[in-house]
Ligand binder design. Structure first.
Ligand code: F6R
Length: 606
């Protein structure tokens, strides 16, 4: 989390740096700050709150300089207040940091013993003081390398110096850092998105790398201080997709884009004439895969949970699904004839990267399903399958989830066909419905007013439960996650059949229970579970494609009818009303839709 920007220019960079911070705000929005070199001095401006607050502060104090670093923070060590906001500066040096310094307490004690006075509760400030201490005896580059030697943990750093006032040093271990080039300016940024409006040419630091930027050039060094060259990547020209257009917020824009992104993604992967899925270069021969392991965090984990059901339906392969933060620390028996699939929107989630790294080190073959193709995960995986949904800016993942399950499904169908484990007729039926699924998503979106009206009744609830079976169980988990992260109301996703083993005790008169029950082989069972909830006073919102007067009866509070679709494709449709429900309840509560409290889009700390 946290966003870093640094600019070395021939002109005043105050405006550019603020604009970049606005773009980086999706990585953290607890506090923000900027340091520049002005008249030979380090000038630091920072405050608690959003970049708009920093902008107001800067209007009062003024900001200028040709060299500067900026930061948006997602608090790890120390409360989100002005003192803990980055940059952290001494007389000599100013530092912005993304990540965690794990041994900061020990280093801090040593530095205090040497007379250093700390102003914040952050782990980052030890970097500032260590470099300051080292600068007494060495030049700027040596002092950075010497400091890095002492640090444990993960970090990306941006550093400016009072005495070396024409340059910025960047360093990476564990947390991503990109650099950008134009003729007249050079940049560092915690991702290429922050740099996209200023340059289309970027390079990425690898772990241990250090870079030195002046307005004219960038030099790279590896962890042994040896000069190295870096590949330059060209960024796509997709500035327009970063704008909200006529939408109130990015989330409503991204929800509404889903029919289009489904069409685009299918076009990328499907040969419509031969009905073939274009995925090649499998890292493990599909016929020889003995087991598949699906690993991710949050919404991407829910996509994996849906993938497990599909793998089991269409292939004979054993499947496990894991949350990355658990997987990476378990005593996993990694095997080379198993396939490890990692799903991530950002491609920068620390736990997912660490889990992939763990598998790679044990010789396993890895595949990454990702949205941001210029990400760490995509550089590490043996096979990368992009989801092609375009930038997702809203912190709550919507279109990326749809893209993730779509690419997972295509990948699974390809493997199933390769292994001759899916009947041709079934395969063709699914492909046929997939080709048409975007129009059904549009139908649901066109009726969003129904959900907007229902949302009023959720504003004052104590909590809610989301229920489903089979493929609808992970959909229920995802619906509950979206609901809680946006509305700040408690929501629990549960397998419908498990209710009577405990959670039924939560149900009381008027408690909203959202039941996802498409007409698949679980339908009757889910409806029975629903009746058990109704009998205890639960207020049911049913999401189904099936008109069943007898089973549903007048005891249902409300129903959202979704279009009929192949029984294995229901998550593509049943998830949409859940996104809209969370959105409208949050909107009516006046919550920040694109930046829910306490969260960040890219979770680069473990
Ligand atoms: C929830 C959400 C998060 C992410 C999770 C993983 O709406 O967006 O739960 O899914 O932080 O992020 P990625 O997919 O970037 O690895």
């Amino acid at each position: 989390m946290c966003g870093i920007i640094g600019i070395a220019s021939y002109k005043d960079i105050s405006k550019e740096i603020l604009e970049s911070l606005k773009k980086l705000e999706y990585r953290g929005y607890d506090s923000a700050g900027i340091s520049t070199i002005n008249n030979g001095e380090i000038v630091e401006n920072k405050c608690a709150g959003k970049v708009s607050d920093l902008e107001k502060l800067i209007k009062k104090t003024s900001l200028s300089g040709n060299i500067g670093i900026g930061h948006v923070r997602w608090a790890t060590h120390g409360a989100p207040n002005q003192a803990n906001a980055h940059p952290h500066s001494s007389e000599e040096v100013s530092v912005v940091h993304n990540g965690i310094i794990e041994n900061s307490a020990i280093i801090k004690k040593e530095l205090i013993d040497k007379g250093h006075i700390f102003k914040s509760q952050t782990d980052t400030e030890v970097v500032t003081h260590l470099i300051t201490e080292n600068l007494k005896k060495m030049n700027y580059l040596e002092s950075v390398f010497e400091t890095l030697k002492k640090l444990e943990g993960s970090f990306a750093l941006g550093i400016i110096f009072k005495k070396f006032n024409n340059l910025i040093v960047g360093a990476r271990r564990g947390s991503p850092l990109a650099v950008g080039y134009t003729d007249k300016e050079k940049y560092i940024g915690s991702d290429s998105y922050a740099l996209n409006s200023m340059t289309k040419e970027v390079s990425y630091l690898d772990d241990g790398d250090v870079c030195v930027l002046t307005k004219d050039k960038i030099e790279f060094f590896d962890k042994n201080k040896k000069k190295i060259e870096k590949k330059i990547h060209k960024l796509a020209n997709d500035e327009a997709v970063y704008s909200k257009g006529n939408f109130k917020d990015f989330m409503s824009k991204e929800i509404s884009e889903q029919p289009e992104v489904i069409k685009k993604c299918i076009n990328e992967y499907l040969d419509k004439i031969r009905k073939e899925i274009n995925i090649v270069n499998f890292p493990v021969d599909p016929k020889k895969i003995t087991k598949v392991n699906l690993i991710a965090c949050g919404t991407a984990y829910h996509a994996c949970a849906i993938g497990k059901y599909w793998f089991e339906e269409f292939t004979n392969i054993d499947v496990s699904v894991d949350v990355a933060s658990e997987f990476r620390y378990r005593n996993n028996k990694i095997k080379t004839n198993e396939l490890y699939i990692f799903v991530s929107q950002s491609g920068e989630t620390a736990d997912t990267i660490a889990a992939l790294d763990f598998c790679k080190k044990k010789g396993a073959k890895t595949c990454a399903i990702i949205n941001v193709t210029e990400s760490s995960l995509s550089r590490l995986a043996d096979l990368v399958l992009p989801i092609h949904v375009g930038p997702e800016v809203g912190v709550a993942s919507t279109k990326a989830f749809t893209g993730q399950i779509l690419v997972l499904l295509l990948f699974i169908l390809k493997i199933a066909r390769n292994r001759n484990e899916i009947k041709e007729e079934e395969y063709l039926n699914i492909i046929k419905d997939l080709e048409n699924i975007h129009s059904k998503v549009s139908l649901i979106l066109n009726n969003k007013k129904i959900i907007e009206d229902l949302a009023v009744d959720f504003i004052d609830i104590k909590g809610s439960i989301f229920l489903g079976r089979g493929l609808s169980y992970p959909v229920a988990l995802e619906g509950a996650l979206k609901f809680k992260e946006l509305t700040y109301l408690h929501a629990e996703g549960y397998p419908a059949g498990e209710m009577k083993h405990g959670p039924l005790a939560l149900v009381e008169n008027g408690m909203p229970v959202i039941v996802i029950a498409p007409k698949d082989r679980f339908y009757e069972k889910t409806i029975s579970n629903m009746q058990e909830v109704i009998a205890r006073g639960g207020k049911i919102l049913l999401i189904s494609d099936h008109a069943d007067e007898v089973a549903t009866s007048e005891n249902i509070w409300s129903e959202i009818r979704i279009p009929k679709i192949h029984k294995f494709l229901s998550p593509f449709l049943s998830n949409i009303p859940l996104q809209l429900l969370a959105y409208y309840v949050a909107l009516k509560k006046g919550n920040d839709i694109d930046k829910p409290r306490n969260l960040a889009k890219s979770v680069t700390v473990e």
